[in-house]
Design a protein around this ligand. Structure first.
Ligand code: CUA
Length: 335
């Protein structure tokens, strides 16, 4: 009986707390599908080799073991051309079966769409511990939630702002390192509408495991509406005092619309995002307003090592934080 809660806990732990699928075994796009095919092929060949070698080994150990009373020395073999040809040709054939599709897919998946007029160009900058997405053809920047159209190739330019991170959307494809000073490229396709969870896949500091983002695939029409909404003039707080406080305290690092700086996550339409900080889900009780309030009050509580100062260090009272949370939670984009 004592085992039941323990086992339940273990199952919950292994299930990874649900939400969007982080499994590479359930691909939602052609890139992840090809990567999974390669994984299956290589694991299949390796499993075959292991099974055959172990079977021969065990058979030989039992069949040719020293029996009671047997003092003779076994027949000494000084080489066998037939056997040597067999154990050279079999690995060669296996390597060809593994190598040809691997090289074909690895080069195919490394295709550069950065000059392709039909592809959507996104510059990804990884920061400790958040993601910046700049749509270079549209002149817009967002954070934590990557919005993409379903019917296009998305061409990524990947860099790191501080240390090495790695960009990975397990069910869609990847992963690729984002390094400071070096530009890596890759492309992905999102054939189905939906929200897919992304992770940082390179140990980058105390909050590495919390460096999540969302990729949201929408129809082309919806994507265009989102672009238009992103380019619209910023919605500022209606209250004049609040607008002043928000501008001086928040927009010195963050941006909304054309206002502010992009050294911290862009907050345009933040109230409509699925999460705050990639980890606080807005469908929980209290919604985005509670999440923003809690986050702004003490970011270190949620992401240790985050650059954002606490409300206290920002000289914001709890009433200020509540007013800012209310305004930001209501700032949603229609698309
Ligand atoms: Cu960024 Cu790990």
């Amino acid at each position: 009986k004592r085992l039941i809660p323990l086992l339940t806990g273990l199952v919950l732990l292994l299930s990874g707390c649900g939400r969007e699928d982080l499994s590479t075994l359930n691909p939602q796009g052609p890139v992840a599908e090809k990567q999974l095919d390669l994984m299956k092929l290589s694991i299949g060949i390796m499993a075959l080799v292991v099974v055959v070698v172990f079977a021969i080994c065990i058979y030989v150990l039992i069949r040719f073991r020293r029996r009671k009373g047997d003092k003779s020395i076994p027949k000494q073999v000084e080489g066998n051309h037939t056997l040597e040809i067999i154990w050279t040709v079999i690995p060669l054939v296996l390597l060809l079966i593994l190598g040809v599709p691997t090289i074909k897919d690895v080069f195919g998946l490394a295709k550069d769409y950065s000059k392709d007029k039909d592809a959507v160009q996104v510059k990804v900058t990884a920061h400790q511990y958040w993601w910046e997405f700049e749509y270079t053809d549209y002149g817009i920047t967002t954070a934590q939630e990557l919005i993409v159209p379903t019917d296009k190739k998305i061409s990524f330019e990947l860099v790191g702002a501080d240390v090495k991170h790695s960009f990975w959307i397990p069910s869609i494809g990847g992963k690729m390192d984002t390094n400071p000073g070096v530009t890596n490229r890759m492309y992905l396709e999102f054939p189905k509408e939906g929200v897919f969870r992304g992770k940082c896949a390179e140990l980058c500091g105390p909050s590495h495991a919390l460096m999540d983002f969302k990729a949201k695939a929408v129809s082309e029409a919806s994507f265009q509406r989102w672009v238009t909404a992103m380019k619209a003039p910023a919605v500022m707080p209606a209250d004049k005092d609040l607008a002043e406080k928000f501008t001086s305290q928040c927009l010195s690092c963050h941006a909304v619309g054309e206002n502010g700086s992009n050294s911290a996550p862009n907050l345009t339409g933040v109230g409509g995002r699925q999460t705050i900080g990639g980890i606080l889900y807005n469908d929980a009780e209290g919604g985005a307003e509670k999440n923003i309030h809690d986050w702004v009050t003490d970011p270190q509580k949620y992401k240790s090592g985050a650059m954002m100062p606490s409300a206290e260090d920002n000289s914001l009272t709890d009433a200020d934080v509540s007013a800012i949370a209310k305004y930001l939670a209501g700032y949603k984009l229609d698309y």
